[in-house]
Design a protein around this ligand. Sequence first.
Ligand code: OAD
Length: 235
Amino acid sequence: MNSSPRSIVVLTGAGISAESGIETFRAVDGLWANHDVNDVATPEGFERNPQLVYQFYNQRRQQLLAEDIRPNAAHTALAKFEHDFPGEFLLVTQNIDNLHERAGSQNLLHMHGELLKMRCLNSRMVFETRENFDFDTECQCCRSPGNLRPHVVWFGEMPFFMNQINMALEACDLFIAIGTSGNVYPASGFYQTAKIRKARTVELNLDQTGSSFDTHVYGPATEVVPEFFGDLLDQ
Ligand code: OAD
């Protein structure tokens, strides 16, 4: 790298949580190999069969809350970097798990929502939950069942925080994507937005994704993330 960065945006995907025991989406044995996206991750699927959708996210939530699921060295390295870095730092995650915040990340946006939250379909109020919920669960605000949905973004819906994210991408001088296959828009286009303003772009991933970042570093996140961000601080 030519000069020390002053403003950094990091995008993470399922690959950063893989070594914590949470399956990715597009691996051969990943979530989308065993579940039909159209059934469990679209508004139409939820309308057709809400119980199936509730069940899918209840399972994901229970898995996330299991004792053996915890942040790994990559999550921790990002939190440490953010703490020590003197410039601007924004972490955007496509993940709906809470491993970044458990590792200590502060300036964090969950663009695809959060597993530990649910939303009222009437008021759009968001509530925290660690419990299963479904069609029969009474909503805390309207006191009636059938109004709650997972606070996650489904295909066909607009991700959260897009204005804030785009502003940060346009202002950054370094953009780093970690553990994401680059299959899902708009996150897949972030590196191009960052490039327009001449930011340097880096991909840290287990294997090639086909996206043309300036620099590619291949390897498991628990190895490449601590190493890359350790070097970045030393610059
Ligand atoms: P994917 O499952 O599409 O991609 C995960 C990426 O992480 C792949 O490129 C893997 O090679 C890489 N990977 C796997 N293990 C890794 C490891 N130990 N270290 C580093 N990299 C590793 O997941 P995402 O790109 O996050 O959206 O998927 C994006 C979105 O698609 C998700 O947020 C979700 C999904 O459908 C919605 O549900 C709206």
